[in-house]
Design a protein around this ligand. Structure first.
Ligand code: FES
Length: 102
């Protein structure tokens, strides 16, 4: 297993038009900018693996396209009905890059 570390996800300019799906350390991760905040989360929905890069976005709340579980990125991926949370990862900007801690 890889050691956890800050890893480059994408360039900051690549987020200008919304979320971006990337692969980091063999994991599919979505990086998203909401207002002036950055978020990174697992592309696999906590319910049954739905594609979270295709989620409907309202502010910091994501709705899975398969069965409608809703996750709030501003509350560490908490599911709004109390189901399992979405895996979220620490993310930061470093110069022109966006890095994710995985
Ligand atoms: S796979 Fe996301 S709600 Fe079912």
């Amino acid at each position: 297993m890889d050691t956890e570390a800050w890893r480059k996800g994408c360039d900051i300019e690549e987020l200008a038009d919304g979320a971006r799906l990337v692969e980091i350390a063999r994991r599919k991760v979505v990086i998203m900018k909401a207002g002036d905040r950055l978020f990174a989360f697992n592309d696999l929905c906590a319910h049954s693996g739905g594609p979270m890069h295709r989620a409907e976005v309202e502010g910091t709340v994501l709705t899975c396209p398969l069965h409608g579980w809703r996750f709030d990125l501003a509350r560490d991926g908490e599911e709004l009905h109390g189901f399992r949370p979405l895996a979220v990862y620490p993310v930061r900007q470093s110069g022109d890059s966006v890095e994710v801690f995985l």
